[in-house]
Design a protein around this ligand. Structure first.
Ligand SMILES: Nc1ncnc2c1ncn2[C@@H]1O[C@H](COP(=O)(O)OP(=O)(O)OP(=O)(O)O)[C@@H](O)[C@H]1O
Length: 335
């Protein structure tokens, strides 16, 4: 478990304090995939670099598994950092070393593993990231997705309990992003590893994260389960991220809604209710006529969800709304 207790960070530049993280308290649970989403300069990298103390906090405490890492001696800090793996947007591989040597590098650096242990671990990791046939290639001979797989294998070499991912898929095309995210999700499940994933794309959060913190100007402005934050965003920054990921133009949407007749509702279906044929029976029972203004069915991690924006005319609206709520549909009145 990672606990931030009133952690604040300012950088000193030419004698001036540049605030990067406002006092922040939060908990990242062991074994979860925790997303941190925010625009450029929001403070995401700062927050993640505090977790492995690449940056010391200006004030506040950081506890990992109940130990205050801000109190660690240099030797304790070195041992702790082996337990925290990191992957980067531009992979940061050593171009003069082969794939196998890149993966072996942190183990050699640690100086506590035998040659045999290193060889066995590298073989195991090469298989885990599906690169067993690329061991003697150099980074320049690999695709972006393959490079990131090497980055992941290298980050796992010393068997960390925490994996930090700094925009790990931002340089990859959508299909490669999907396969790297799937690999991270599998590793999380198999190894019970805690993953903290920084991104500026809500879609990445939707695909793999359990919980998310949304950052804006050095502040966590919204935090919660991805299903809650994604389907019912409260803060304007969160809403912008969700609209962007759904390719919704807010002004176009408002114009379309203005043209629609009657009441406008947004219905959110989660899990099994996504597939329940509900609207027809509610329309028949309540006498309300529906017209669909927009709709989407997708997944949040492994759970299906659907969102429909409807205009409703005539009939017994209260009866219709109650029937929808009774079927576990979240009903939001937009107008
Ligand atoms: N080493 C540093 N020295 C001075 N200021 C810094 C340093 N690192 C970051 N900052 C400042 O702190 C603020 C937060 O930066 P940070 O890199 O954490 O944001 P970010 O959300 O990760 O942005 P990006 O997505 O562009 O990396 C910014 O105003 C940035 O200019």
């Amino acid at each position: 478990m990672i606990v931030f207790d009133q952690v604040q960070k300012s950088y000193q530049v030419k004698g001036q304090a540049i605030p990067a993280l406002q006092p922040t308290s939060m908990t990242i649970e062991t074994g979860e995939i925790f997303g941190i989403v925010g625009h450029s300069g929001a403070g995401k990298s700062t927050l993640v670099r505090l977790i492995n103390l690449l940056e010391p906090p200006t004030s506040g405490r950081i506890l990992i598994d109940d130990e205050n890492i801000t109190d660690y001696s240099p030797a304790e800090l070195r041992a702790f950092r082996r337990k925290v793996g990191m992957i980067f947007q531009h992979f940061n591989l050593l171009s003069s070393k082969t794939v196998a040597d890149n993966i072996a590098f942190p183990m050699k650096l640690a100086g506590i593993y035998s040659q045999q242990e290193i060889r066995d671990r590298v073989d195991e990791l090469l298989k885990r990231v599906s690169l067993a046939d690329q061991a003697s290639k150099y980074p320049s001979q690999l695709s972006g997705g393959q490079k990131q797989r090497v980055g992941i294998a290298r980050a796992l070499a010393c068997r960390p309990t925490i994996l930090l991912c700094d925009e790990a898929t931002s340089a990859l095309d959508p299909q490669t992003t999907q396969s790297v995210l799937r690999l991270l999700a599998d590793i999380n499940k198999e190894l019970g590893l805690t993953i903290v994933l920084i991104t500026h794309e809500m879609d990445v959060v939707r695909r793999v994260c359990d919980r998310v913190a949304v950052m804006d100007a050095g502040e966590v402005v919204e935090m919660g389960k991805v299903s809650d934050v994604f389907l019912h965003p409260k803060h304007p920054t969160t809403r912008d991220f969700v609209f962007e990921s759904e390719h919704i133009d807010h002004e176009d949407m408002q114009r379309d809604l203005a043209k629609a007749k009657g009441r406008i509702l947004r219905l959110t279906f989660r899990g099994e209710s996504t597939y329940t044929p509900l609207l027809g029976s509610v329309a028949r029972e309540s006498g309300v006529d529906f017209s669909i203004l927009s709709g989407r069915i997708d997944h949040i991690k492994d759970t299906p969800y659907g969102q429909l924006t409807l205009s409703l005319v005539g009939g017994d609206l209260d009866l219709a709304m109650n029937a929808l709520k009774a079927a576990d549909v979240h009903v939001e009145v937009l107008r």
